[in-house]
Design a binder for this molecule. Structure first.
Ligand code: C5P
Length: 222
């Protein structure tokens, strides 16, 4: 297989990371969860009691920490320096503040460049909000996953339950709507479907069905 780059974008909890992980496994390529990088920064900002709106202070934190995505036997782990924050970055406090951090242009510039470095010279599947539009504008395959808010909240509810993260369906729906709104209306690199992305509505599809559909789309590049 020649090298392939796959960009998967879409709103919160549309199944992007689950599908991307399956594709990475099936094709034997690297998976990069860009949302985890914004979440890790948010975690550290909250730990240090910094105001997420304060771009300069947020950038000072970003410049002094090392965020790494490390592949381990049980999946991808997220490290800040040597601290494993894989679970902590999924908690509601981080989720509630991450969009405020991700809107800062200096933060995005730094993250996009780090993500481009991670993808350099490798076959990758990357998921996020701006992968097809900013991070990998020349990706071979660009997918934009959507699903109804209620379906997305249900999926996130089940996922959180399995991870032991406190969740309530109605709160999750509100949180997903709020985050979509913030991510879609921010000034820098808002969540948009790239012009050449293929939109897939996953509301009535299983994760396995979505994976198969995307693998079919990838066929010419494999
Ligand atoms: O994908 P996930 O829901 O974990 O992303 C968390 C947040 O990180 C998003 O709501 C968005 O604010 C931000 N994000 C982003 N650009 C990306 C990935 C995530 O702005 N490429």
């Amino acid at each position: 297989m020649d090298s392939i780059s796959i960009a998967i974008d879409g709103p919160a909890a549309a199944g992007k990371s689950t599908v991307a992980k399956q594709i990475a496994k099936r094709l034997g390529i690297i998976y990069i969860d860009t949302g985890a990088m914004y979440r890790a920064l948010t975690f550290q900002v909250l730990q240090e009691d910094i105001d997420p709106e304060d771009e300069k202070a947020v950038m000072e934190i970003l410049n002094k920490i090392d965020i790494r995505l490390v592949q381990q036997e049980d999946g991808q782990h997220v490290l800040i320096d040597d601290r494993d924050v894989t679970e902590a970055i999924r908690y509601p406090d981080v989720t509630a503040s991450v969009s405020a951090i991700a809107k800062h242009s200096a933060v995005r510039k730094n993250m996009v460049s780090a993500q481009q470095d991670l993808a350099k010279d490798h076959s990758v599947v990357m998921d996020g909000r701006d992968i097809g539009s900013q991070v990998l504008p020349d990706a071979d395959v660009k997918i934009f996953l959507i699903a109804s808010v209620s379906e997305r909240a249900k999926r996130r509810f089940e996922e959180n339950k399995q991870k032991g993260i406190p969740a309530d369906l109605h709160t999750l729906e509100k949180e997903i709507e709020r985050r979509d709104d913030l991510d879609s209306t921010r000034e820098v690199s808002p969540l948009v479907k790239a012009e050449d992305a293929i939109e897939l509505d996953t509301t009535s599809l299983s994760i396995d069905d979505v994976t198969e559909k995307i693998l079919e789309i990838c066929q010419p590049f494999i």
